[in-house]
Design a binder for this molecule. Structure first.
Ligand code: ZN
Ligand code: ZN
Length: 354
């Protein structure tokens, strides 16, 4: 066993200037650990929508971040050092991180609802992240993976968890399911809905590249909301009944308003996408008298969602090779961000070591 006692030199993606872009810089990381912390050598990382907000340095990023910050939160890596009190993981475990660092003490944590902990901190947003050769996280945030799995697939477990949490909250087996918005997480949603035996999966997406990918992942119908009447199409594909379950990934105002129209009475609406403005809804007709259920999706249920993700990956029930469309060395981070910004992509993976 190598004993790390000195600082480690590494290359890392850092947000250090209040402007568009990332810096790829040499940085040192102390190998001193808190009693409950682990040090991880990062094998693979994936690029998230959150990272794009940070890249662009939009209003959310401006208000939230304290620079300089090592960014990134989605990864798979190997534990190379553990703090003195750590017992739930061990050296050489392959792990990914539940990226919400929760307090374990608030009302929600104590009720087993840690995903809505009121003191949540996020790795790569509020603490230094994983777009680097090494990262330190609390042991309680580690989720151990089976070593036989493809490291590319393991790096996307966290966003896949968002998809699973959204799609599987309501019972979808043998149900008509709409996936609204096919960015990387929505695409995973299509894959998850098929794997979990939805009767029909109807995908709605404006971008042609992503519509094609949704189709390849097994969506039974794909709707282009710019050219087609979404409500009419969903009704046509569901014998005029409407969708049993709608999974909202787009955050788009018009997409959300139409979801309330084509959802079936008694149906379930699972909402992950974040609109940037207030939205007018006919509460009486479209919620109350329709008797629908609305669920707000925050992160992943800790660790229920992760075990469901693990089951899907370990049993090879998904098509993550199709969802993962681009791979870059970490040094090309700004190029990767531009690809994500142009939207002609699924999930993007990066490698810290070239
Ligand atoms: Zn993410
Ligand atoms: Zn809490």
């Amino acid at each position: 066993m190598t004993e790390f006692t000195n600082d480690l030199e590494m290359m890392a993606v850092v947000k250090d200037k209040p402007e568009v872009g990332f810096s790829y810089v040499k940085k040192s990381i102390s190998t001193d650990l808190l009693p409950d912390e682990v040090l991880i050598k990062v094998n693979t990382v994936s690029f998230c929508g959150t990272d794009l907000h940070i890249y662009k340095y939009d209003n959310w990023a401006k208000n939230r971040l304290k620079l300089p910050l090592t960014v990134g939160h989605e990864f798979s890596g190997e534990i190379i050092k553990i703090g003195k009190d750590v017992t739930r993981v061990k050296l050489h475990d392959i792990v990914s991180a539940e990226t919400h660092i929760i307090c374990n003490e608030c009302e929600f944590c104590l009720r087993g609802e840690g995903h809505i902990c009121e003191n949540t901190k996020i790795i790569g947003v509020d603490t230094d992240g994983c777009f680097a050769e090494y990262v330190k996280i609390p042991a309680q945030n580690c989720f151990v993976s089976d070593k036989k799995n493809n490291p590319l697939h393991l790096s996307v477990q966290e966003p896949l968890g968002n998809a699973v949490h959204t799609v599987c909250h309501f019972d979808i087996e043998n149900k008509d399911v709409v996936i609204c918005g096919c960015g990387p997480i929505g695409l995973m949603g299509v894959d998850v809905a098929k794997a979990c035996k939805a009767k029909k999966v109807i995908a709605i997406e404006v971008n042609e590249y992503r519509r094609k990918l949704a189709k390849e992942l097994g969506a039974d119908y794909v709707i282009n909301p710019v050219e087609e009447n979404v409500e009419e199409k969903v009704r046509e594909y569901t014998n005029q009944r409407g969708a049993d379950v709608v999974c909202e990934f787009s955050g788009n105002k018009y997409a959300i308003q139409s979801a309330f129209k084509y959802i079936k009475a008694g149906g379930g609406l699972s909402m992950l996408g974040l609109p940037s403005e207030d939205i007018t809804i006919n509460v009486a007709d479209d919620i109350v008298f329709k008797g629908i259920h609305i669920y707000g999706v925050v992160g992943r249920r800790i660790y229920d969602t992760w075990y469901k993700v693990k089951e899907l990956i370990d049993n090879d029930l998904l098509h993550l090779d199709k969802v993962i469309t681009h791979q870059f060395p970490l040094s090309k981070i700004n190029e990767a961000a531009e690809v994500m910004n142009n939207k002609d992509c699924g999930k993007i993976i990066l490698f810290p070591k070239e």
